[in-house]
Design a protein around this ligand. Structure first.
Ligand code: ADP
Ligand code: ASP
Ligand code: MG
Length: 422
């Protein structure tokens, strides 16, 4: 049986018609290798950002349904253009949007999860010898409503397709040459990793390394899909392989450093110190589909018998969160303030090598202290330590941590395109 390869090209890789021609050539090369090819593409360049901006110009709080109607149009343009470019090279190609294929998602707008992908149409067209071009980032509900998977979600479309089709591999082509020890735009001498485990990549992606959408790594791990991140501009480099194999010996405690600049901190002040308050608060947010990241509850104040609950959410969910909390205040039994701070960033170090190795956290805190950087919140997992700092300190924090954990390379990374679109 012929092998199926899923390829995904991000916004920078399809930013103009010249780049789309290049992508067509890369796709055809994989077909010439004797493989069946399914290609997933994002919207051209910064299209999605422009669409978001137009929506915000018209409404401070556009409805989720209409946002998804709007944002899903970007990918519709690039699939048709890429299919044309492939056809112009003499190969058969056909483009499909998520509705046409049946990329089924939950009934949630702006960050829907894929629940099923119908493969009949895909298999039939592959058997007919066609290269299939699929719109990333979008899905459809059982009721025929259009959804999107969240910013950067085309990576997840690609991996989910690879899982559904039992593909040999999912190649994510982007504007850097693989996964680096940190964003090479922040540290130009970051090191490219030849391989990284699903677990470490998942933590890095959640920590803000937007080279991969976190849910793409989650899906790859769940269905054991080998993933490769590589440059769409420099094809001689094999990039980074992401897979389940753990290294026998891990020499460095930290594999990578990341910063997430898209979080906001909320403090709900003076909530009663009694059972059920945190449950009520976070259940309400969960019902509104708001994901909470770091959480800290202060010690109870003896006299008032109250405490403060601080947590972080994605800035995209901020207004929704504040509205939900204002409604909940009387139910929680508090008249305290709801404080919001958007001037924050989460800086994280990630590495399987930190398990059972003392001193990693203290080195992180010491390094930030030497830089005069104040830590506002801390959270940890087995293989990650995150600190919340002021936004203006984030870059300096990443650079200092990258250095202290000896992650630098002698070679400068090549970065194509302008700023990343996520
Ligand atoms: P695409 O449009 O191809 O999906 P993205 O902009 O979403 O591309 O992701 C690629 C960008 O991710 C890079 O240009 C880089 O600035 C950024 N990035 C952040 N962290 C990392 C990392 N650890 N390794 C590589 N790139 C990273
Ligand atoms: N076009 C979408 C975005 O910019 C999805 C993606 O690029 O993965 O977020
Ligand atoms: Mg991306």
């Amino acid at each position: 049986m012929r092998k199926i390869i899923v390829q995904k090209f991000g916004g920078t890789s399809v930013a103009d018609t010249e780049k789309i021609k290049n992508v067509a050539k890369t796709v055809i090369k994989e077909k010439q290798n004797g493989n069946d090819v399914v290609v997933v593409v994002s919207a051209m360049g910064h299209t999605t950002d422009y669409l978001v901006k137009m929506a915000k110009d018209l409404s401070p709080n556009p409805s989720g349904r209409e946002m998804d109607m709007l944002l899903s149009t970007g990918e519709g343009v690039s699939i048709a253009l890429l299919a044309m470019a492939i056809q112009a090279e003499g190969y058969e190609a056909i483009s499909f949007n998520a509705m046409q294929i049946g990329i089924m998602t939950e009934n949630v707008h702006s960050k829907a999860r894929i629940v099923d992908i119908k493969t009949d149409k895909l298999r039939k067209n592959l058997n007919d010898g066609k290269i299939i071009v699929v719109a990333g980032f979008q899905g459809v509900t059982e009721d025929g409503e259009i959804t999107t998977l969240g910013r950067g979600g085309s990576d997840t479309s690609a991996v989910a397709l690879a899982a559904a089709l039992n593909a040999e591999r999912c190649d994510i082509y982007t504007d850097v040459e693989g996964v680096y020890t940190t964003d090479p735009r922040v540290v130009p001498n970051a090191s490219r990793l030849n391989e990284i485990s699903y677990e470490e990549m998942l933590e890095l992606a959640h920590a803000g390394a937007n080279v991969l959408h976190p849910r793409s790594v989650e899906t790859a791990k769940q269905f054991n899909v080998p993933m490769r991140v590589r440059s769409s501009f420099k094809l001689d480099n094999m990039g980074t392989l992401i897979l389940g194999v753990e290294k026998m010996e891990i020499y460095k405690p930290v594999a990578g450093v990341a910063a997430d600049l898209s979080q906001a901190r909320i403090v709900v002040c003076d909530v009663p110190d009694k059972p059920g308050v945190a449950a009520k608060l976070f259940t309400t947010l969960a019902k509104d589909n708001i994901s909470v990241d770091m959480i800290i509850q202060s010690y109870a104040r003896k006299i008032s018998n109250t405490n403060d609950i601080a947590f972080t959410v994605d800035t995209a969910d901020l207004s929704k969160t504040v509205a939900a909390l204002e409604n909940l205040k009387s139910d929680l039994g508090t008249e305290g303030d709801i404080q919001v701070d958007e001037n924050i960033a989460k800086v994280s170090i990630v590495g399987a090598g930190m398990i059972d190795r003392p001193g990693v956290a203290s080195t992180m805190f010491e390094t930030l202290a030497q830089q005069g950087i104040n830590i506002r919140m801390i959270s940890t997992s087995e293989i990650k330590i995150s600190c919340l700092v002021d936004k203006e300190d984030a870059k300096r924090a990443v650079q200092a941590l990258h250095k202290v954990f000896e992650l630098e390379s002698d070679i400068l990374a090549e970065v194509k395109g302008d700023l990343p679109n996520v």
